[in-house]
Write a protein that binds this ligand. Structure first.
Ligand code: CTP
Length: 385
């Protein structure tokens, strides 16, 4: 069962959204109706509440934003423009701005409004952001005119919803542990040795795993990015804490070690702030436990273990292949850190996914899209493929 947010905006087609609500409920989904103020001039919220068997929310509850799918049908020209520009003046537009999962919209409006360059540009902006548009269809419009502006049929929209929610069910209900961020190793009570990892890639993996129905625990090491609702977050600021929390969950179905864990830490961190003086400060570093290698030693049948490697060029790729074997990892995600536009603390990434039986090179893409490719591989491994 998936959770679907059904947005309805103002327009004569709003009555057809009742049929869509009914189809989604019948498909076994948990449907939350969210009507714009304009929609309530055409249909009553109570109609949707009765069909969905749940009330329309009044506030932007965190769990709403973590839904599996957002469908807006019909989508008026006005709300389309608001979505394109990121306006948040009612619950539906606020929700659309806070939500990060797949979205499907079914525009419906007067044909001349649909053809206006402003509307075309707004629709193009949504498409570029990954929102799927269905329709509008050509036909007789409410005003007696003929043209493209009719909302697609509820059954057609329901089919697209099923496709967007579908795919493999391999992760549904599975326990997934994702580590993200970079550890900080204390030198004294205020200073530390750290690294540049923001945690963006790990958080994207955790969010995508959650979207696919997994029970996700995020072991968070000093994240520089926000974590959406729906994840169980445990703070693990140092390598030692990350080691303790990861090994306590060593039997999870899937473990993704995306965190940049310090390889060395100060052997004797000072118990108070070191006062500045003229002398040099020599610090002895001791190696930390390689958590991924330890998880590899403890691995159980059927478990999927994923590691990351940051290295440079073809030689780095060759060493990543060797690392995958040595650490007994099923999937190793290789990042080429010789490029400044990808990897550490960047929005985009370009990764090579190394499996025992082959490799997949993912062209430069957002970290969310890289996460989709990584989770596709994890699902295939869970299914034994
Ligand atoms: N890792 C770990 N514990 C450590 C260090 C790293 O679990 N103490 C994990 C990271 O989360 C990552 C992978 O191991 O999944 C990275 O492997 P590592 O051998 O540290 O590779 P690099 O740091 O990329 O390169 P190098 O071979 O130079 O160490």
């Amino acid at each position: 069962m998936a959770s679907v947010l059904l947005g309805v905006t103002g327009g004569i087609a709003a009555y057809k959204a009742c049929e869509l609500a009914r189809l989604l409920v019948r498909a076994g989904h948990e449907v939350t109706p969210v009507l714009s103020p304009g929609a309530e001039r055409f249909v009553a919220a109570q109609t949707f509440e009765a069909l969905a068997r749940r009330p329309q929310p009044r506030d932007l509850y965190p769990h709403l934003v973590a839904a599996d799918l957002l469908v807006i049908a019909p989508l008026s020209a006005n709300t389309l423009a608001k979505l394109a520009h990121g306006l948040a003046d009612n619950l539906l537009t606020q929700l659309a701005l806070a939500y990060r999962g797949p979205a499907l919209v079914a525009p419906a409006m007067n044909a001349r409004m649909w053809e206006h360059p402003a509307t075309r540009a707004n629709a193009a902006v949504l498409r570029e952001r990954g929102v799927e548009l269905i329709g509008p269809e050509e036909g007789e419009l409410a005003e007696g005119e003929w043209g493209a502006g009719r909302m697609s049929e509820p059954a057609a929209i329901a089919v697209r919803c099923a496709a967007l929610l579908g795919g493999s069910a391999a992760l549904r209900g599975r326990s997934v542990v994702v580590t993200a961020g970079g550890t900080r190793e204390p030198l004294d009570t205020v200073r530390y040795l750290g690294n540049r990892s923001s945690g963006r890639m790990g958080v994207a993996v955790a969010v995508e795993a959650r979207r696919r129905g997994a029970d996700v625990t995020l072991l968070a090491a000093n994240l520089g990015v926000a974590v959406p609702a729906g994840l169980d977050v445990v703070a693990t600021p140092t390598a030692a804490e990350l080691e303790r929390e990861a090994l306590a969950r060593a039997s999870a179905d899937v473990i993704v070690m995306a965190a940049a864990v310090a390889d060395y830490r100060p052997a004797r961190p000072l118990a108070a702030k070191r006062k500045k003086d003229a002398s040099a400060w020599a610090v002895e570093l001791e190696p930390t436990v390689d958590i991924l290698a330890e998880l590899g030693r403890r691995r159980r049948d059927g478990q999927v273990l994923v590691g990351f490697a940051a290295d440079e060029g073809e030689a780095g790729l060759a060493s990543a292949r060797e690392k995958r074997r040595r650490k007994r990892v099923d999937l190793l995600v290789f990042n080429d850190v010789s490029r400044p536009d990808i990897g550490f603390d960047a929005e985009d990434n370009e990764v090579t996914l190394i499996r025992p039986d082959g490799e997949l090179r993912i062209a430069k893409a957002s970290k969310s899209l890289c996460a989709v490719a990584i989770l596709d591989q994890i699902e295939a491994l869970l299914e034994g493929g």
